[in-house]
Design a protein around this ligand. Sequence first.
Ligand SMILES: Cc1cc2nc3c(=O)[nH]c(=O)nc-3n(C[C@H](O)[C@H](O)[C@H](O)COP(=O)(O)OP(=O)(O)OC[C@H]3O[C@@H](n4cnc5c(N)ncnc54)[C@H](O)[C@@H]3O)c2cc1C
Length: 474
Amino acid sequence: MVHIPHLIVGAGPVGLILGHYFKRFNIPFQIFEKQSFLSAHPSAHYLNMRTMEILDELNIQLPLENIQHFSNYVYLRRIGEQPLNSTRQLIDYKQYSYTSYAHLPQSLFVQHVQQGIRDKIQLNTEIKKIEFKDKIIKVNDNITCDYLYGCDGLNGFVRDYLKIKLIGNRDLQRFLNIHFTSKQLVNRLEQYNSMLSFIYNSDITAVIIKHRIEDGTFAIQIPLDLLTGQTDIQQVQHIKQDHVLIKNLINKTLLNQVNDIEIKSVGFWRMGAVYAEQYYMNNCVLVGDACHGMPPAGGFGMNTGIQDAQNLAYKIKEQKDLLYYQQERQQIAQDNIETALKYYKKSLDIAKSFTFDINKLKIYQSFMKNTPDFLYQAGVKLGGSLIELDPIYKRIQVNDYIPLVFPKEEIGFKYNSGDIGENGGQLAPLAVREVLKNRERKWYSINCDSDHQRIDIENVNKMIVRSDMHIYQQ
Ligand SMILES: Cc1cc2nc3c(=O)[nH]c(=O)nc-3n(C[C@H](O)[C@H](O)[C@H](O)COP(=O)(O)OP(=O)(O)OC[C@H]3O[C@@H](n4cnc5c(N)ncnc54)[C@H](O)[C@@H]3O)c2cc1C
């Protein structure tokens, strides 16, 4: 029997960040990862301001993309055509944080973040069984640990094994998710400087995510119901193998086809808006996607998880009650889910305003399904042209678009309960964080004026700064 005091399940972004904190705090740990490699799918790509401060605290350097090339959301019929609309999304970060938000595909993020703790990651090791004996947790019959951290994602084993319920809607929408490369597509998109390109034409509704310019890494997400008329993933598994069809789908987003598409992976993604009813049971703790899942609008998924990991690491270091972790982070998950849902709904409204009412399109598709093939093709073409020519589609106001940067959710959040005093507390103001940034993290008493311009550390007991940089007033 091997004893690992702190066992992290899953080497995704969240498990890796938790590992870095444990290393920093000299907390003995191991990470078990069931796969033989770290995730190669680019998935998340937006690193928000609070996440960047956490990476700064951990001295993690990343080969970040130049955010200027990812500054727009563009709405198009086809790439190569004049946009229906476009919004520039960047804002001046300096009033909120000493680090800027950034862009990097998740696959590269994990490759770089594993450095420094590589020797603590055990690949090909799946957790399949958990038992509780007194205060010891027994795992897979041959390992014991004091604490087990489920960083094993939304479909992970730990929460499922503990029978902890998810609250919310697990199945909002399903997508076909394709990871591919094409340098020609990089050139086609150059004129738009877009991070996300939303495509609405009569052949396809999709969003193309530009992940990396250097090697032409992209992902495309296509709503399954619009593509196939059905959402049963089992019924459409064959699509995954059909690379000719997949390349065709990608080309339907373009005015002129590209011929250098290389498919890296094809999968289905079940998008939900959920959080776990409980964040821990005995000494088993859920972190990241294991305890929440949200629509991608706002890029909150991975960021919320990384911030969970920071919060939890300090609780473990300072031997705090895990209830505080749950109270603080569950509330943030709920808030971020609410914002992500709001903008997900807005994205449906935007699609509608470009004449693609999903429900109407579904009715049209099911009606057309039973017509003979030649009529179907002609009907789709005619219907599509009418949709595209429709002169009455509204150009919606810029205010109605989806923002990229969310200062309040990224950095302005507030804990209403937890280990933060009766009145709640929030992230320390920028000036305070800057001053404390290079000091050893501990509880500080500080005095500052109302604009936080004049800061006096360890002088007057007016404001307490917690080690994870949250404050409360005394
Ligand atoms: C298309 C897409 C776009 C997204 N965009 C963004 C974005 O822009 N910004 C953002 O913040 N988030 C985004 N997200 C969400 C983001 O990808 C997730 O929130 C993030 O991956 C969660 O990280 P995690 O470490 O909690 O879980 P995961 O990344 O799911 O990692 C879990 C790990 O645990 C391992 N594992 C599972 N079970 C076991 C077991 N029993 N034993 C051992 N190992 C196990 C898995 O193999 C995996 O490596 C996006 C997601 C998708 C799908």
